[in-house]
Structures are given as structure tokens and as C-alpha cells.
Design a protein around this ligand. Structure first.
Ligand SMILES: Cc1cc2nc3c(=O)[nH]c(=O)nc-3n(C[C@H](O)[C@H](O)[C@H](O)COP(=O)(O)OP(=O)(O)OC[C@H]3O[C@@H](n4cnc5c(N)ncnc54)[C@H](O)[C@@H]3O)c2cc1C
Length: 93
């Protein structure tokens, strides 16, 4: 999980620094958004699993993190649409 979170952070920082430099970031932004969203869902899912029953019940925040984070793969461009954007960018040349 730590390795995937670090990779997501690096993809995000790359897209942000390119944007700051005034570069086009369609490909890099989509890669960062897709990967970071899916890593967040995977990690929240593992968090629930690690905590077992306590991860499932509402007394603890693990289940809320899992529900909340799922929006990241749906809102502001779903994972499927990010994949379409990435593929179009890679195949356009
Ligand atoms: C809690 C919440 C808050 C939101 N807040 C906002 C907001 O503040 N502002 C805003 O603008 N929107 C907001 N949205 C809307 C959100 O951006 C949309 O849910 C999102 O764009 C997906 O659109 P849709 O729900 O109509 O799904 P659909 O477009 O009906 O897609 C359904 C599924 O089919 C897939 N799909 C669709 N087209 C393709 C394709 N061509 N190829 C492959 N797969 C495809 C999608 O990836 C998705 O998995 C919010 C949504 C939620 C749930």
C-alpha cells in the first residue's frame, strides 16, 4: 500500500509540476487521476479487510473511508473515461 501510494503521489506531482511549467498535461493528469483513485480504493478496501468486523461496522471510520473514496473512481471523470483519454493520447501519433 505504501509503495502504491508513493507511486500515485509521484504521478500527481509530475502532472502538477508540468502544469506549473505551462506544459500540456492531458496524458499525465489522466494517468495520475486514474492511478491515484484506484490505489485509494484498493487501500481503503484493505483497511476494511485488515480491521475485519470493526472495519465493516459504523463505529469506526474504515467503512466510511471505503464508501467515500469510491467516488474518486466515479466523479470528475470515471476510471473508464480516464483510460479512454490515456489510450487516445498514446494512439494519436
Ligand atoms: C456524490 C456525487 C457527487 C457528484 N458531484 C458532482 C459535481 O459536483 N459536479 C459534477 O459536474 N458532477 C458531479 N457528479 C457527477 C459525476 O461526475 C458523474 O457521476 C460522472 O461524470 C459519471 O457520470 P454518470 O454517473 O452519468 O455515469 P455514466 O456516464 O452513465 O457511466 C456509467 C458507467 O459507464 C461507464 N462509461 C460511460 N461511458 C463509457 C465509455 N464511452 N466507455 C467505457 N465506459 C463508459 C462509466 O465509466 C461508468 O462506469 C457527482 C456524482 C456523485 C456520485
Amino acid at each position: 500500500m505504501a509503495t502504491e501510494i508513493d507511486a500515485a503521489r509521484l504521478l500527481t506531482m509530475r502532472a502538477a509540476s508540468m502544469k506549473d511549467a505551462g506544459m500540456k498535461t492531458t496524458l499525465e493528469s489522466s494517468m495520475a487521476k486514474l492511478y491515484a483513485s484506484e490505489v485509494a480504493v484498493r487501500c481503503a478496501n484493505e483497511g476494511v479487510q485488515i480491521h475485519g468486523g470493526y472495519g465493516f461496522i459504523k463505529d469506526y471510520p474504515a467503512e466510511k473511508y471505503y464508501r467515500d473514496v469510491k467516488l474518486c473512481t466515479i466523479g470528475e471523470g470515471t476510471s473508464e473515461i480516464q483510460r479512454l483519454v490515456i489510450a487516445r493520447q498514446l494512439l494519436k501519433d
